[in-house]
Design a protein around this ligand. Structure first.
Ligand code: F6P
Length: 323
């Protein structure tokens, strides 16, 4: 192996740049050439490549987003697109690739390696924390801190006006961000896809908290919640309890930006180095992750199919402490 490619793909997440830096610096350390592939699979198909040196990644460690840009690429789902991508990688002399992204990225990488035999290693970069084979994904900690700070601010105004706020956080179909930020901000209730909560049950929680003299409350709602997100849930509660002064805040893409936290920078540095060392050791079609602080390589097929399950203990803690 003489030359590796690296790309970021799917939804960006804080820490992707730090991981890119680690991959490039580790490759240079091991005398490998590195090529940056812009816009994920799209740039692979368009041959949007640039050689990267140790100096190309100066000062990107604390920066949010991804300097390689990111995209979701329908053309890569077609065999013709993947063949074009393979031809481009081979003509550039790329022997192996590091993919930084989430489940969609790893699905593409897995199929690509199966078809063309080009080794691929993945680094989990998504705020959703929904991959099996790592305790945490890159960006999850930063997104949680961003959401926590935002909810703390909403709390100030909620308290001043005795209001009930429904705050929607990201996570696609997983409730990790909701569960963690809900506990960290003292939410009265947390609504996540992993646990059924009817409008009646939520209503009972709100009524109980009112009877405990709470004058303002925050309900943290995961965007993939079964009740249809914060807006739908707030409307249902409002029609049943018109006396509540109800407001909705959707935090949205705010959660995807910002400088990565210390934890995300450490994770990115460790996994970036481990990705390059894994390729040198002959590992491929696998995601590198950290479990109990140990580097672990999990086959792509397991990382994407066996989702990391939310630790329901967080919900129990929130239920008890929010009374
Ligand atoms: O996967 C990361 C994520 O931010 C999800 O939490 C969210 O559902 C989705 O991406 C949003 O995607 P997009 O940026 O394409 O709207």
């Amino acid at each position: 192996m003489k030359k590796i490619g690296v790309f970021t793909s799917g939804g960006d997440s804080p820490g992707m740049n730090a991981a890119l830096r680690a991959v490039v610096r580790a490759a240079v350390y091991y005398d490998l050439e590195v090529v940056g592939i812009y816009r994920g699979f799209e740039g692979m198909i368009d041959k949007d490549f640039e050689p990267l040196s140790a100096r190309s990644v100066n000062h990107i460690l604390p920066r949010g987003g991804t300097i390689l840009k990111s995209a979701r690429c329908p053309a890569f789902m077609e065999k013709a697109g993947r063949l074009q991508a393979y031809d481009n990688l081979r003509s550039e002399g790329i022997d192996a690739v590091v993919a930084i992204g989430g489940d969609g990225t790893f699905t593409g990488a897995m199929i690509f390696e199966e078809e063309f035999g080009l080794p691929m290693i993945g680094i989990p970069g998504t705020i959703d924390n929904d991959l099996y084979g790592t305790d945490y994904t890159l960006g999850f900690d930063t997104a949680n801190n961003t959401a926590m700070e935002a909810i703390d601010k909403i709390r100030d105004t909620a308290r001043s006006h005795n209001r009930l706020f429904f705050v929607e956080v990201m996570g696609r179909d997983s409730g990790f961000i909701a569960a963690h930020t809900g506990v960290a901000t003292g939410a009265v209730a947390i609504v996540v896809p992993e646990r059924e909560m009817s409008v009646d049950e939520l209503g009972e929680i709100l009524e109980r908290s009112k009877s405990h003299h709470k004058s303002s409350s925050i309900v943290v709602v995961a965007e993939g919640g079964r009740t249809g997100g914060a807006t739908a849930l707030a409307e249902k509660i409002k029609s049943r309890y018109p006396e509540y002064d109800t407001k909705v805040t959707i935090l949205g893409h705010l959660q995807r930006g910002g400088s990565p936290t210390l934890n995300d920078r450490l994770l990115a540095s460790k996994l970036g180095l481990a990705a390059v060392e894994g390729l040198r050791d002959g590992k491929s079609s696998a995601m590198v992750g950290l479990i109990n602080n140990k580097v672990v390589y999990t086959p792509f097929k397991d990382a994407i199919s066996d989702k990391l399950r939310l630790d329901k203990e967080w919900l129990r803690i929130a239920d008890i402490l929010s009374t």
